[in-house]
Design a protein around this ligand. Structure first.
Ligand code: IMP
Length: 178
C-alpha cells in the first residue's frame, strides 16, 4: 500500500506496517496459547472492525477454541453514556465459559464497558479483552485489557479493519490522520 492514502476529505499516512502488526499478533497468540491451555475459550469477535485482526490472531491460536460474533452500535448522540445496542446478538451460551472479546480498537472503552456488563450477566467463568489498538489517554483504564498489540496516542487511525466513514478497512497496514 502507498505511504499516503486519501479517503473522502481526509489524508492519512502510513503508521504501523503489516510486518509489525503480524509480529505483535505472534506475541499475543503465543501468550494465549500458553495461558488458555485446557480452557477451550470462546472468542467473541466485535464486528465490523475486528474481523481482520480476529482472523489473523485466531489462525495463530493452536489450542481448542470456539468463535462467535456480535455487532454493537452506539445509540446516536449517546456514546458518552456508553449505551450500546446489540445489532447482531450472541448466539452462544457463555455460562461457565472463558470468554475472550476481540476488538479492533479500544478508544474511550465505553462501547466495550457496556457490552462487558451484558457478557458478565451471562455467567461466564472469566472474561478477557484482546485488542489490536488501545488509546490509553482516552481509555483511562476503565476495565482490564489483557491482550494489546499497540498502545497509540489519541489520533484517528484507519486500515486493518478500521474505517473512516465506511472506507479504509481494506489495508494490511494501519494509517493515521495527517
Ligand atoms: P470506544 O467506545 O470509544 O472505545 O470506541 C469504540 C469504537 O469506535 C471502535 O470499536 C471503533 O469502531 C471506533 N473508533 C475509535 N477510535 C477509532 C479510530 O481511531 N479509527 C477508527 N475507528 C475508531
Amino acid at each position: 500500500m502507498p505511504n499516503t492514502w486519501t479517503l473522502k476529505d481526509k489524508s492519512f499516512e502510513k503508521y504501523i506496517i503489516s510486518q509489525d502488526i503480524q509480529a505483535a499478533i505472534d506475541g499475543l497468540a503465543q501468550r494465549i496459547n500458553q495461558e488458555m491451555v485446557g480452557k477451550n475459550p470462546v472468542f467473541v469477535i466485535v464486528l465490523n472492525g475486528a474481523f481482520i485482526f480476529a482472523s489473523d490472531l485466531i489462525k495463530k491460536v493452536k489450542i481448542d477454541c470456539e468463535i462467535a460474533f456480535v455487532k454493537l452500535s452506539s445509540y446516536a448522540g449517546t456514546s458518552s453514556t456508553g449505551i450500546v445496542r446489540e445489532v447482531m446478538g450472541l448466539d452462544i451460551d457463555l455460562k461457565e465459559r472463558t470468554v475472550i472479546i476481540i476488538e479492533d480498537i479500544v478508544d474511550t472503552g465505553l462501547t466495550l464497558d457496556s457490552f462487558l456488563n451484558t457478557v458478565w450477566k451471562m455467567g461466564p467463568a472469566d472474561v478477557k479483552v484482546a485488542t489490536c489498538l488501545l488509546k490509553p489517554e482516552a481509555f483511562k483504564d476503565r476495565f482490564p485489557v489483557e491482550y494489546v498489540c499497540f498502545r497509540i496516542p489519541n489520533e484517528f487511525v484507519v486500515g486493518y479493519g478500521l474505517d473512516y466513514d465506511g472506507l479504509g478497512r481494506n489495508s494490511e497496514d494501519i494509517y493515521k490522520i495527517k
